[in-house]
Design a protein. Structure first.
Length: 334
């Protein structure tokens, strides 16, 4: 069986991509991704549309203000010199008519007509040269793309991301097939903090056949980190020491678990470490009847369980999506 994530919204198996570190697999729904991108596009277009509306409104207001100013200003100032010229010509023509004069054969009547036409043309031009009333430009709302268009544009990207994940899974499978259980487990354990190691020991003891295991409270446990009960109803107090290999466990841990055994009404006491014990700690444990699991013993206990399931191994490399939107389903592998 191969396990996949399924989107509840679109009822489809999710695709996968790697995170930025290229070490974790992120399940995602391609349609949800397209919907998210569409929402971002709509948001951007709406902001741009509102910005253009505001800019257009400000431009229109400015044009209206300029238009009102032009209406209030006298409009004959520029044309005044030409009016004067026309009046002079008209005056000359009228004087010629009155005195009966002529210039080079040009009738005095024509001089008056030219002056009059000059004034008439200026008047007509002045009338039709009124300032143009501003017109507000219509801003059309931008067209939103269809989600299918976005999907078609991204489908090749989705396929390439999935291909990258498939290659990474193949690499993990080779690692899984080539390493021993102990090597893998100890590498993981060495990266745990103290509380994670306590949780791990509780799960390990359960897999080793203990019928009941639980982790005590993080503070005030009096030296017992885990309490376990085996199939024969033997109650055991366990102290967990997630130390570096060169940091050996001393007498103090032996004394603490011996005291905790009586406090929790246990029949046995065990100290489990990822390191080793000092010589004096080993001697004290023998005298007080405390069982010791050093790094070598811990590896042997892990190996006795059997190799970890491939799906469990692979699940450590996944970033779990939001559970409200997904189902965890199993599909027959091809």
């Amino acid at each position: 069986m191969v396990y996949y994530w399924k989107c509840k919204i679109h009822n489809e198996v999710m695709m996968e991509r790697l995170d930025k570190t290229k070490t974790k697999i992120i399940p995602y729904c391609s349609h949800c991704e397209c919907k998210k991108e569409l929402e971002e596009i709509i948001s951007y277009l709406e902001k741009e549309y509102q910005r253009e509306l505001k800019s257009n409104e400000l431009k229109y207001q400015k044009e209206c203000e300029e238009y009102q100013k032009e209406l209030l200003q006298p409009r004959y100032k520029k044309e005044l010199p030409f009016y004067l010229i026309g009046l002079i010509i008209l005056g000359v023509g009228l004087l010629n008519v009155y005195f009966g004069l002529s210039y080079n054969g040009i009738s005095q009547l024509w001089i008056g007509i030219v002056g009059s036409l000059f004034i008439i043309i200026l008047s007509v031009g002045l009338y039709f040269s009124k300032p143009t009333e501003p017109i507000k430009t219509e801003i059309k709302k931008p067209q939103v793309p269809y989600i299918t268009t976005i999907y078609d544009q991204k489908v090749d990207l989705f396929k390439s991301l999935q291909a990258e994940v498939d290659q990474y899974k193949a690499k993990l499978k080779r690692q899984y097939d080539n390493q021993t259980v102990s090597v893998y487990e100890m590498n993981e354990i060495d990266n745990m903090d103290g509380f994670e190691f306590e949780e791990y020991v509780a799960r390990l003891l359960k897999n080793l056949g203990y019928v009941k295991t639980y982790v005590t409270k993080k503070s005030g446990d009096l030296g017992a980190d885990v309490i376990a009960v085996d199939s024969k109803n033997v109650k055991v107090a366990i102290q967990c020491k997630r130390y570096g290999i060169k940091n050996y466990v001393g007498n103090n841990a032996i004394q603490q678990i011996h005291t905790a055994k009586d406090y929790y009404d246990c029949h046995k006491a065990i100290v489990i470490t990822t390191s080793y014990f000092t010589k004096t700690a080993f001697q004290m444990a023998q005298k007080l009847g405390v069982e010791l699991w050093n790094r070598k013993t811990l590896k042997e206990k892990i190996s006795s369980i059997g190799k970890e399931n491939w799906n469990n191994y692979l699940s450590k490399y996944y970033i779990t999506p939001t559970l409200e939107k997904v189902d965890y389903i199993k599909i027959e592998s091809v």
